[in-house]
Design a protein around this ligand. Structure first.
Ligand code: GUN
Ligand code: ZN
Length: 437
């Protein structure tokens, strides 16, 4: 994992989750006020009380003293678009117009030499500066865009999931592949990158609207041939999008039925948005174990609607949370959860700080099926870590003067926090250079 097998440690206030707070309550989290996180070879070796663990360190072990800051597992973003870092904050359109007026224009630029490399480096810098150490990333239709992203992520040793978008209709000619080339390019990328170091591949038909039945069948073949790859796509985000998808696939039971018919609804399938879902669609998700990806800042910014988390839970559907840059408006998973709280408030639902912080660490790891690798400080997990200073911002420090317990402090962090609260980010035990600008 790491070239460096020396034992090192981080000291500070440790917080991580071993279960879902909605199921286990206070037993779901572990909090150690004066804690030590011991790392060896890029993996967590121990997490606990500093006074108990300090004597176990070998002489000369390097200790990064982060007291009084909070040390948590690195954040996980389950849906983000690498080509959209210069689409973020584009004015005045809902999904379908936003795609044609802004997104498809920017995505064409990734054909230019070096642009995908520039955007990939930018995105990884921004994610790490926000404390995000794993993301599920859409690249552009160009195979080279995914190549560039994986190469940069591999160089940094970050655990990333990514895929080349497959899109063979209803997009500008410069942005379309074909069923055959989308299959061949994806297959080659899987061969080169899936499981190389920390990289994982997601088969990425953009959404039913931009893929012909032939391309959906090609994606189905890829899934059958590579069942351990992820699938990522969009569903039920916007009323016009739903009407377009239904018109293009009139024989499907509903929107989810389109993906179901092509074997794209499985336990490794990450479906962005899931706002306007029918009862049958929720059932189909539950039956196949598919993951609904909640993108609050995007859903508000594009006016798409309110994700019903309580309904997903009630239907037994796993939920992940994500920024969806550039429909989304912040790279920060803290800011994302602050907006999630408001989306749920508008529906009479609640979201505690523990539930929010669980969602962006262990919760997303579970939804991605990667909980054996990331998302917590249990022994043997990869040492992806974020160090947070809840008082880094003057208004937050002021508010924190009045908090009475950890739950209140964390709620201030989730509600007002962002990348400015990130003191340090570690990838596989190594501190990264990135800091918030
Ligand atoms: N649906 C299809 N493509 C996209 C995209 O790039 N962003 C969002 N938010 N929805 C989509
Ligand atoms: Zn998206």
């Amino acid at each position: 994992m790491s070239k460096d097998h020396a034992i090192r440690a981080l000291r500070g206030r440790l917080l991580w989750f071993v279960a879902d707070p909605d199921e286990a309550g206070d037993a779901a989290h572990r909090f150690v006020e004066d804690g030590l996180l011991v790392v060896e070879g890029g993996l967590i070796r121990a997490a606990g009380e500093a006074k108990a663990l300090l004597p176990t360190l070998p002489a000369g072990a390097i200790i990064a003293d982060h007291r009084p800051h909070l040390i948590m597992p690195g954040f996980i973003d389950a849906h983000i678009h690498m080509p959209q870092t210069q689409v973020i904050a584009s004015y005045g359109a809902q999904l379908m117009e936003w795609l044609t007026r802004y997104t498809f224009v920017e995505e064409q630029k990734l054909a230019q030499q070096g642009h995908a490399e520039t955007l990939s480096a930018f995105l990884l810098d921004e994610l790490l500066a926000s404390g995000t150490t794993t993301a599920a990333v859409y690249c552009s239709v160009h195979a080279r865009s995914a190549e560039a992203f994986f190469a940069e992520s591999h160089r940094r040793n970050t655990r990333m999931i990514a895929g080349k978008v497959m899109m063979d209709r209803n997009a500008p000619p410069a942005l379309t592949d074909t069923a055959a080339s989308g299959y061949a390019d994806s297959k080659a990328l899987i061969g080169r990158w899936h499981g190389k170091g920390r990289q994982l591949y997601a088969i990425t038909p953009r959404f039913a609207v931009t893929s012909t039945p032939e391309q959906m069948a090609a994606a189905q073949r890829l899934v059958a041939e590579h069942p351990d790859c992820f699938v990522q796509t969009h569903i039920n985000e916007n009323r016009s999008e739903i009407a377009a998808a239904r018109e293009l696939y009139p024989d499907a039971a509903d929107y989810a039925g389109i993906y179901e018919d092509y074997g794209l609804l499985g336990r490794r399938s990450l479906l962005g948005h899931c706002i306007h879902m029918t009862k049958r669609e929720w059932r189909a998700f539950a039956e196949h174990g598919a993951v609904a990806v909640f993108c609050p800042t995007s859903n508000l910014f594009l006016g798409s609607g309110l994700f019903d988390w309580q309904r997903a839970r009630h239907e037994g559907v796993r939920v992940a949370v994500a920024t969806d840059i550039g429909g989304g408006t912040s790279y920060s998973m803290l800011r994302t959860m602050a907006e999630a709280y408001k989306v749920l408030q508008l529906q009479g639902q609640s979201l505690s700080a523990f539930a929010a912080l669980h969602a962006i660490t262990r919760g997303n790891a579970v939804a991605l099926g990667l909980e054996h690798l990331i998302g917590s400080f249990e022994t043997g997990r990869e040492a992806d870590i974020v160090v947070l200073d809840p008082g880094a911002i003057r208004s937050m420090a002021h508010r924190l003067e009045t908090v009475r317990d950890l739950a209140e402090e964390l709620f201030v962090l989730v509600t007002l926090g962002d990348e400015r609260n990130v003191v340090a980010t570690y990838v596989a035990g190594e501190r990264t250079a990135s800091a918030a600008a």
